[in-house]
Design a protein around this ligand. Structure first.
Ligand code: HEC
Length: 187
């Protein structure tokens, strides 16, 4: 049988041609990659970096300007949060945020903001970056401060009239602040 008519040999020749074609196309672009980079994207501007870099530290570093009261936060909560977290933060399809009845040592502990969270500043960070889950980042800084003021008030931590801002939030001492054991400290 004529070998060049053998379909298996024809296929492997075809494959070799493809291989050569790919090498031919890739070598110049690899050479370019060395000199000019892969040309993927562009360097981020300072403005773009600061839009993503929204970490709030426990001591309050990173908190933006703005402020809000519980009465304003209640409106935000009832419009955007109550469907999942329930009336007065008592829990619905999602976490309970207030109203703990069982302590953390109870077999069924209530891990609310008041009974569990060590820092009030984390509340701002968490809500701003992730809530409500279908449009994270959509709340203004004032709305986030206001909803924090409302949730802290529901937990009995701040008075209803408190106008919460960066320095006020950083100064709040949460009830469970000492309830965490640092793993990097010797016993
Ligand atoms: C569609 C349902 C939904 C809506 C609406 C919603 N949340 Fe949540 N929320 C969740 C879920 C689910 C979690 C748990 C997420 C996780 O653990 O990562 C959560 C977690 C939280 C937590 C952390 C609770 C904890 O102790 O771990 C806070 C605080 C919170 N949400 C606040 C809000 C606020 C404020 C709003 C309104 C602006 C809101 N959520 C709207 C579903 C929702």
């Amino acid at each position: 049988m004529n070998q060049s008519n053998n379909p298996v040999i024809r296929f492997s020749r075809l494959r070799s041609l493809w291989f050569l074609a790919i090498v031919y196309v890739s070598i110049p672009s690899l050479a370019c990659a060395g000199s000019e980079g892969p040309k993927l994207g562009k360097p981020a501007t300072n403005q773009e970096i600061s839009a993503w870099n929204m970490t709030v530290f426990p001591d309050g570093r990173g908190l933006p300007s703005g402020h809000g009261k519980a009465s304003e936060g209640k409106q935000v909560y009832e419009r955007l949060c109550v469907s999942c977290h329930g009336v007065n933060g008592l829990g619905g399809s999602s976490e309970e945020l207030a109203g703990a009845k069982h302590s953390l040592t109870d077999p069924n502990p209530d891990k609310t903001i008041g009974s569990y969270w060590p820092y009030a500043t984390t509340l701002f960070d968490f809500v701003r970056r992730s809530m409500p889950p279908d449009s994270p980042g959509s709340l203004s800084n004032d709305q986030v401060y206001a909803v924090c003021a409302y949730l802290l008030h529901l937990n009995g931590i701040t008075p209803e009239s408190a106008d919460i801002n960066a320095s006020g939030l950083s100064q709040i001492r949460m009830p469970n602040k000492e309830g965490f054991v640092r793993i990097d400290e010797p016993e």
